[in-house]
Design a protein around this ligand. Structure first.
Ligand SMILES: Nc1ncnc(NCCc2cnc(NC(=O)Nc3cccc(C(F)(F)F)c3)s2)c1Br
Length: 274
């Protein structure tokens, strides 16, 4: 697409709005440009000291470089960035309905219909990203946002790479979404995002990730490596069948979403008590 000349922005060009959330390394604020045309944005503040201390400056550069070139309705836009002596500011698309994980913890779990809608949009986003050989590598509810019409947007490309990648995921954070090849530090491909899509499908429907072991990290590792998958009785047989088939996730993500949608359509009564 035509390269829009990225102009230099600075903090004084924005009216600061309410804080939207606090992620790792800094806060996110709703802001608006002071001059016409008035843009509403989400401004993520990152402290340079923390970035240097955690040795993630390369990842931030990569995130900016990768995400600035992405244009997809289910991928949160990164319009640009600027910095002052202490901080780096990411100029992000404002997601009107906020963070998906807050919806998930509020509802406990999602219906099959809602899960199918989200997984379908995730599948579209992954097909787009993988088409550009971008692996997100950190797909989990905390990195998903909702637009003003409830559409899903993948955010936070801080762990994304151009395929194939083999950087060990050392920064702390949940392992629940990592596939065997990543927990074993092997080379990995776009398939890691499909694995995470399967974990996400399970978590949307059940309310917690499949290999979670709150008591110990090593148990989670073991359960992932063994693909020790257990289905609660509440899960409908269609969904069990779908998820079991999706492991290992050789299935195209679209197929996962279609199967989920069709299973919902085929057995609407199942969807009621899932
Ligand atoms: N309603 C809303 N509308 C829009 N956005 C909202 N929240 C921000 C979501 C994000 C999108 N992109 C992000 N990127 C990073 O955080 N990157 C980042 C930061 C530190 C370290 C690293 C790393 F390099 F260490 F990985 C990478 S956060 C909200 Br709430």
């Amino acid at each position: 697409s035509r390269k829009s000349p990225t102009r230099e922005w600075s903090l004084h060009e924005f009216d600061m709005g309410r804080p939207l959330g606090k992620g790792k390394f800094g806060r996110v604020y709703m802001v608006r440009t002071k001059c016409e045309p008035r843009y509403i944005l989400a401004l993520k503040t990152l402290y340079k000291s923390e970035i240097i201390q955690s040795k993630v400056e390369k990842q931030i550069r990569r995130e900016i470089e990768i995400q600035q070139n992405l244009r997809h309705p289910n991928v949160l836009r990164l319009y640009g960035y600027f910095h002052d002596e202490k901080r780096i500011f990411l100029m992000l698309e404002f997601a009107g309905k906020g963070e998906l994980y807050k919806q998930l913890s509020k509802h406990g779990c999602f219906t099959e219909k809602r899960s199918a809608r989200y997984i379908d949009q995730m599948a579209d986003a992954l097909i787009y990203l993988h088409g550009k050989h971008v692996i997100h590598r950190d797909i989990k509810p905390e990195n998903l946002l909702l637009g003003i019409n409830g559409e899903l947007k993948i955010g936070d490309f801080g762990w994304s790479v151009h395929a194939p990648g083999n950087r060990r995921k050392t920064l702390c954070g949940t392992l629940d979404y990592l596939p065997p090849e990543m927990v074993e530090g092997k080379e990995h491909s776009e398939k890691v995002d499909y694995w995470a899509l399967g974990v996400l499908t399970y978590e949307f429907l059940i309310g917690n990730p499949p290999f979670e072991d709150r008591s110990s990290v090593s148990n989670t590792y073991r359960r992932i490596a063994k693909v020790d998958l257990r289905f609660p009785s509440s899960m409908s047989s269609d969904v069990k069948d779908l998820i079991a088939k999706a492991w290992p996730t050789t299935l195209l993500p679209k197929l996962i979403a279609d199967l989920l949608t069709s299973s919902y359509n085929m057995n609407p009564r199942n969807a009621l008590h899932s």
